[in-house]
Design a binder for this molecule. Structure first.
Ligand code: MN
Length: 272
């Protein structure tokens, strides 16, 4: 078990966000590469957005708790990710896109997770899945425990994101005061929780807001709330166990593949 505090970072064209884990934590979170947490009631923190940029070799999963992000890409998709929506994007062999948060009344909050792809799938065709909030089922896992299922399965309810390259559970868990929740992990999976409201005991260790806790080699994760409501992301995935070569928005297995990706981006041959 390892606890990390998210740290202020500037990304994109000048977005103030919190990085929960990233480059320096590879390979501990395998198959996950990065988690960013956006949260601000000041549009100046996020309006600069993430103008046109490429991705290759990964998936990016954007989950907006509140707020709106307008997006567009090189394969002709465009739209708005709204409060409660998820966008699961598989960059595969290459996509060029932009992600621009819109001015939002109140507190804008969301997450972006990067999921690595195995070498055999890094150059797969890109795909998008846009999931509206009303397509995400919520189950009562235990008394006082509500779980929104983005991917994975609980109590015979499956999340809308299926047929993933890497088997992943992505849950948004809300626990009322004085309740507890034990979730069994899949064999050999890495899992982490990221608390974004309240605090709780995770395997008997107190974890507060804006902290992540990583679990490796445990059978199950037991979470108990205290006197206040607790809300966190629970994400688990099967490790890939391959070398990681990472520069900016592109993650491959070797330096040669990275070099080729940037060469192709400069030459206009990035998109396959
Ligand atoms: Mn992006």
């Amino acid at each position: 078990m390892k606890v990390l505090e998210s740290r202020p970072t500037i990304e994109g064209a000048g977005v103030n966000l919190k990085r929960v884990f990233g480059y320096y934590e590879v390979p501990q979170f395998d198959p996950f590469l990065l988690l960013d947490h956006f949260g601000s009631d000041n549009p100046a923190d996020y309006l600069a957005g993430f103008p046109w940029h490429p991705h290759r070799g990964i998936e990016t999963v954007t989950y907006m708790i509140s707020g709106e992000v307008e997006h567009g890409d090189s394969i002709g998709n465009k739209g708005v990710i709204k409060s409660g929506d998820v966008q699961w994007m598989t960059a595969g062999g290459g996509i060029i896109h932009q992600e621009m948060p819109k001015r939002f009344e109140g507190f804008m909050r969301g997450f972006q997770l990067w999921v690595n792809l195995p070498s055999s799938q890094k150059m797969m065709g890109p795909r998008y899945r846009d999931i509206r909030s009303d397509q995400i089922p919520e189950v009562t896992a235990e008394p006082g425990v509500k779980v929104k299922i983005v991917s994975g399965e609980m109590l015979n309810t499956k999340g809308p994101v299926q047929d993933l390259v890497i088997d992943i559970e992505y849950f948004d868990v809300s626990i009322e005061p004085d309740a507890s929740f034990t979730h069994k992990l899949k064999d050999g999976f890495n899992a982490f929780c990221y608390v974004f409201e309240g605090l709780g005991n995770f395997q008997n260790e107190k974890i507060s807001r804006e902290h992540a806790v990583l679990f490796k080699g445990v059978d199950s994760v037991k979470v108990e709330s205290g006197k206040t409501p607790l809300r966190y992301l629970f994400v688990s995935g099967k490790p890939i166990g391959e070398p990681v070569a990472w520069r900016g928005p592109i993650v491959m297995n070797t330096q040669e593949e990275l070099g080729l990706a940037f060469y192709e981006y400069r030459n206009g041959t990035f998109i396959k």
